[in-house]
Write a protein that binds this ligand. Sequence first.
Ligand SMILES: C=CC1=C(C)c2cc3[nH]c(cc4nc(cc5[nH]c(cc1n2)c(C)c5CCC(=O)O)C(CCC(=O)O)=C4C)c(C)c3C=C
Ligand SMILES: [Fe+2]
Ligand SMILES: [Fe+2]
Length: 322
Amino acid sequence: MTGTSQTPDTAVVVVNLGTPSAPTAAAVRRYLGEFLSDRRVVSLPPLLWQPLLRGVILPLRAPRVAPKYASVWLDGGSPLAVYTAGLARAMRDRMPGVRVLDAMRYGEPSLARLLQRLRDDGLRRVLVLPLYPQYSTTTTASVGDVLARADGPALRMVDDYHLAPEWVAAVAGSVRAHRAERDDGGHLLFSFHGLPQRVADAGDPYPQQCEASARAIAAALGLPDHAWSLSYQSRFGRERWLEPATDATLDALAARGIRTVDVIAPGFSVDCLETLEEVSMMLAERFAERGGTLRYIPCLNDSPAHADAMAAVARRALDAWA
Ligand SMILES: C=CC1=C(C)c2cc3[nH]c(cc4nc(cc5[nH]c(cc1n2)c(C)c5CCC(=O)O)C(CCC(=O)O)=C4C)c(C)c3C=C
Ligand SMILES: [Fe+2]
Ligand SMILES: [Fe+2]
């Protein structure tokens, strides 16, 4: 490791999924076209999938989803991009002597191009930290595909950090802070992004890691089993996805007479369309129609606690590499 006065020979690249460059149908179409063409995400044969994607799904979905993006758009851009860049900046202060950068798997700033640039700049080793706490073949492994195609500096990837003590403590701390400002009595719902059940059946460790994360966070908060639940959101397509679904779980909680639910989404490192629009707007409205109050707990985003935790995860991986 070099000191602060020298040019760093080590980089840490935090990588997120990617997001449209503007809240318009054209930009959403470009983004979804690239994302949903990755066979890690949709594994149907391209000869079958591409005509369906280009001819039906993108023309219908892009104009429907663009206004949703517009409803959460920030001054600096898409929340996913703004918070990911902010997190990398905050980690930079905590990792002197290391170049900390951010990239996206799909769209800009492109991970593949960033790795080329780091090679051209003569970096010796690059640690890639996908901002997915739980490993999935549909997300983390797809970042791994980009690394496998890259040449140049030595590359390593952090597979997951779903039980990293610093991360568990940071998420638990955010729940505690949220509840300290309000009355304490709500049920806590852990809502994770879903997956097709078929992907889990093929051995994807994601659901087990989601369960382990939720259990560890609940334990850190001292919550008894009846005070929390776990569910999966953001279903896409007609296949069966992981269950229970977040909307059905909220309906069941309302039917049991539970009036206040705090929802946290610890499968997302930063807030994005799926947390801000789907959970904190649409699902909160749905729960209110059933007589309850849904209080959304924001992701760790670019908070000091998140930057501390991710810098610790990166530092540990670099130390193990040395
Ligand atoms: C087959 C489809 C999808 C799989 C599998 C999937 C897995 C998966 N996704 C995330 C994280 C995010 N997904 C986001 C958006 C999003 N996801 C899908 C589809 C699948 N995701 C779509 C079509 C979209 C776009 C929005 C929409 O059209 O509904 C996002 C947010 C991006 C943003 O711009 O804000 C994130 C983050 C995980 C963690 C995951 C598997 C574990
Ligand atoms: Fe997704
Ligand atoms: Fe969605």
